[in-house]
Design a protein around this ligand. Structure first.
Ligand SMILES: C[S@@+](CC[C@H](N)C(=O)[O-])C[C@H]1O[C@@H](n2cnc3c(N)ncnc32)[C@H](O)[C@@H]1O
Length: 300
């Protein structure tokens, strides 16, 4: 997996990284991560060290601190700093219909096939998981596609989209469902008119779409859980985990992908981000549906 997501800001921050030696740097980073786990119960230790270093240096520069120990002290004393650091380490950048070709493929191939299969099976329930949903744009995008695909069917389908993240502030924005134009720059005009309500300079997701999505806190790296607690009663037809695995080290990627794999029902689809792929250990259980758009389907 490559690292196209690192911004030049972060690269610049790394060149002024305020650590005296690699050993000193690792020790303080470990202390900072341990403090974050103590304060918020989130364990970033499986994230790529280079990314952690760059992002931490960036955050320290933002708060005008050059001594990592002084930053650790700030984490102890400033109760909002832990959340700010989670924002920075977790990278909660997202937008509606991010990588439009992926959503076109879902709309024209994956979703129609899914609905036909459900009809053949005599079930009218669709279950989706957007893992690492940030401010909810991805979850609402898929809700819009499903809603559009089912618009001519009787309204007795149960569409349940579970959208999870570790970031409380992002989840709060997601639940509000209100976005700036920037989040919607890849959204077609017709979709904007049909599924959003303009509110001042922003756009609010229509209630018919919002009621399909359930936001919840869930840490994908947690070894004790398999799926968000709210969603345990069933497997998923579609699982999204996009632009998140790239920040994990290879071992953690495999562990999380195994979790996602086991959460899929038969013929369930897995959608990853453009720089993300499956390790060989898991590729035998999944069939490639669209290599370029990173879509796989459970073999059975
Ligand atoms: C770059 S955003 C991706 C958002 C969306 N999937 C997309 O592709 O546009 C990554 C999100 O993953 C979340 N995240 C990071 N670590 C996580 C973890 N261990 N469990 C769940 N979510 C996590 C971050 O808080 C952030 O909101």
């Amino acid at each position: 997996m490559n690292h196209r997501h690192e911004s030049s800001d972060e690269k610049n921050a790394s060149s002024r990284a305020p650590f005296s030696s690699p050993q000193a740097m690792n020790a303080v980073i470990n202390d900072i991560l341990a403090e974050l786990t103590r304060l918020r119960g989130i364990d970033f230790s499986g994230y790529r060290p280079g990314t952690l270093r760059r992002r931490l240096a960036n955050r320290m520069a933002k708060v005008n601190l050059s001594d990592p120990n002084a930053y650790l002290q700030k984490l102890h004393t400033d109760s909002s700093e832990a959340d700010r650091l989670i924002d920075v380490l977790g990278v909660n950048v997202t937008r509606f219909f991010r990588d439009p070709l992926v959503f076109e493929t879902l709309a024209h191939t994956v979703i129609p096939e899914l609905i036909e299969r459900k009809k053949r099976q005599g079930t009218k329930e669709v279950r989706v998981w957007s893992a690492g949903c940030a401010s909810g744009d991805e979850a609402y995008s898929i809700a819009i596609l499903l809603s559009h695909a089912l618009r001519k069917d009787p309204p007795d389908w149960g569409v349940h989209i579970f959208a999870s993240d570790i970031n409380n502030r992002a989840l709060q924005q997601a639940s509000q469902g209100r976005y700036s134009r920037e989040h919607l720059r890849e959204t077609k005009l017709g979709v904007l008119e049909d599924y959003f309500i303009p509110v001042g300079n922003e756009y609010e997701v229509a209630p018919s779409i919002r009621r399909l999505v359930h936001f919840c806190k869930d840490d994908l790296t947690c070894p004790q859980t398999r799926v968000p607690a709210e969603s345990i009663f069933g497997t998923f037809d579609l699982v999204f985990c996009r632009n998140l695995l790239i920040y994990f080290d290879p071992n953690l990627q495999v562990r999380v992908l195994e979790k996602l794999f086991h959460s899929l029902g038969s013929y369930g689809h897995l959608v990853l981000g453009p720089s993300e792929t499956l390790p060989t250990a898991l590729s035998s259980g999944l069939v490639v549906v669209d290599k370029d758009n990173r879509i796989w389907r459970k073999a059975q």
